[in-house]
Write a protein that binds this ligand. Structure first.
Ligand code: ZN
Length: 113
């Protein structure tokens, strides 16, 4: 998982946001609106349309601060600390603001959640 900054030079003034996406930049999990610090996570990953747009990597979240948790269907989710609270990339977290992955990481048992 990566945090990327969009650096596209638009023909009309357009704010470039930061995006939380997978390593291959094919899916977006969430974004940070330009000028704010809040990470807004989507309910489910969205296809990352990067046509004619440019991005640079700010952070490799998984390596630096994220903990990978395997979901029950075999998907991987990432639990990251952000501003003192834990955020998960799973759909349940964006819906409820809490999930079993965050709980399992908090308990120090990220496997088999
Ligand atoms: Zn979760």
């Amino acid at each position: 998982m990566k945090l990327v900054q969009e650096i596209t030079e638009w023909s009309v003034p357009t704010p470039n946001h930061q995006y939380v996406c997978n390593d291959s930049l094919s899916e977006i999990y969430g974004y940070i609106i330009a000028g704010t610090a809040e990470r807004i996570m989507f309910k489910s990953p969205m296809k990352f349309d990067r046509k004619y747009r440019k991005f640079k990597t700010l952070e490799n979240i998984a390596e630096q601060q994220g903990i990978e948790v395997k979901g029950s269907k075999g998907n991987s989710y990432f639990v990251t600390k952000h501003g003192g609270r834990s955020i998960c990339t799973c759909p349940g977290f964006s819906f409820r603001g809490q999930c079993k992955h965050v709980t399992s990481v908090a308990l120090g048992k990220p496997q088999g959640a």
